[in-house]
Design a protein around this ligand. Structure first.
Ligand code: GLY
Length: 315
């Protein structure tokens, strides 16, 4: 039987038996950025494999990375801003277009869960700084010590010797974790969380907490997330662009490639930066593309949880 999908009407066309049957074998699937995606996917997969919701999978998945105090680009172990303070950005989005984000958040271990709470408990989409922290504390989150991880402290002291601020292409296999997933009934969700660019100016916010830049979901079409130098992604509303390109009929791979080609045109400094996009469509097909060599991503489906190298622009 062919899929019965009624588009343009919220709540219709979802969870239908015809949909599930049509796409059997291609879902659930979860993909996430960089090598740290492997451990995050493993957690997300536990939920997806027991017919849990994509929304829960993408939250619990990236919480693994946020929990890892040795990670220098996600969570409280991340590299600080130029004043020596770690500030966190995160976002989450579900199949109904509900979304939440937090930015410039200090001393809270799981910004992605605060983002989910913004989505579920407030009429807002984005909360920042001391207001976001107050909201988190009022909702059961704990204030963590104001302390850099040993590795971050060492790196920061080294950086202070020259205090030179130059975002550079991240080819060392670490940056934001972005994750997108489709669950057993065909619903999509996404998440994104980071400590942002190392030694950024105080108050700088990247693409990760901005819905449509660092991550975007449209349950009728697909989901996308981004990693890399956030300013370049913000300039093109990167993840939204990838989803819109899929809406026009491009495969996830071609949509990511086209978005990188746009980014290259709109960012004169593209040779000095790394950005990678990941995308998943409604059929559970995925794609990835980056500016430079070195972007890796993890994919978990019924065939296992594996790392892949992304294709890239600068050959
Ligand atoms: N993509 C993470 C950031 O630029 O903050």
């Amino acid at each position: 039987m062919s899929a019965l999908v009624i588009t343009g009407v919220p709540g219709l066309g979802k969870n239908l038996e015809e949909n599930f049957t049509d796409q059997a074998g291609k879902k659930p699937v979860v993909i996430s950025t960089w090598d740290h995606g492997l451990a995050a996917n493993a957690e997300a997969w536990k939920i997806l494999n027991s017919r849990g919701k994509a929304l829960d999978a993408v939250e619990k998945g990236v919480m693994v990375t946020e929990d890892d105090f040795s990670n220098l680009s996600v969570g409280l172990g991340g590299l600080p801003d130029r004043e020596g303070i770690v500030t966190l950005d995160a976002s989450i989005m579900d199949e109904n277009g509900r979304c939440g984000g937090v930015a410039f958040l200090e001393r809270i271990k799981h910004p992605v869960s605060v983002a989910r709470m913004v989505m579920e408990k407030t009429p807002h989409v984005l909360m920042v700084g001391s207001g976001a922290q107050k909201f988190a504390l009022e909702n059961g989150f704990k204030l963590e010590p104001k302390k850099l991880s040993p590795a971050a402290e060492k790196a920061y002291k080294e950086w202070l010797k020259r205090s030179e601020y130059k975002p550079k292409a991240n080819i060392e296999n670490h940056d934001t974790i972005g994750m997108v997933a489709i669950d057993a009934v065909g619903n999509l969700s996404g998440s994104c969380t980071t400590s942002g660019l190392a030694y950024k100016m105080r108050g700088r916010v990247g693409d990760s907490p901005i819905i449509g830049a660092g991550m975007y979901v449209d349950n009728e079409v697909g989901a996308a997330c981004a990693t890399g130098v956030g300013e370049t992604v913000l300039r093109i509303c990167g993840s939204y662009l990838v989803v819109e390109l899929m809406r026009q009929g491009l495969s996830p791979m071609d949509a990511c490639k086209k978005a990188i080609e746009r980014l290259v045109v709109k960012n004169l400094n593209y040779r000095e930066v790394q950005v990678g996009f990941l995308a998943l469509n409604k059929k559970g097909e995925h794609g990835a593309f980056a500016v430079q060599k070195g972007f890796t991503y993890a994919l978990a489906d019924s065939g296992g949880n594996k790392m892949f190298d992304s294709d890239y622009f600068l050959r």
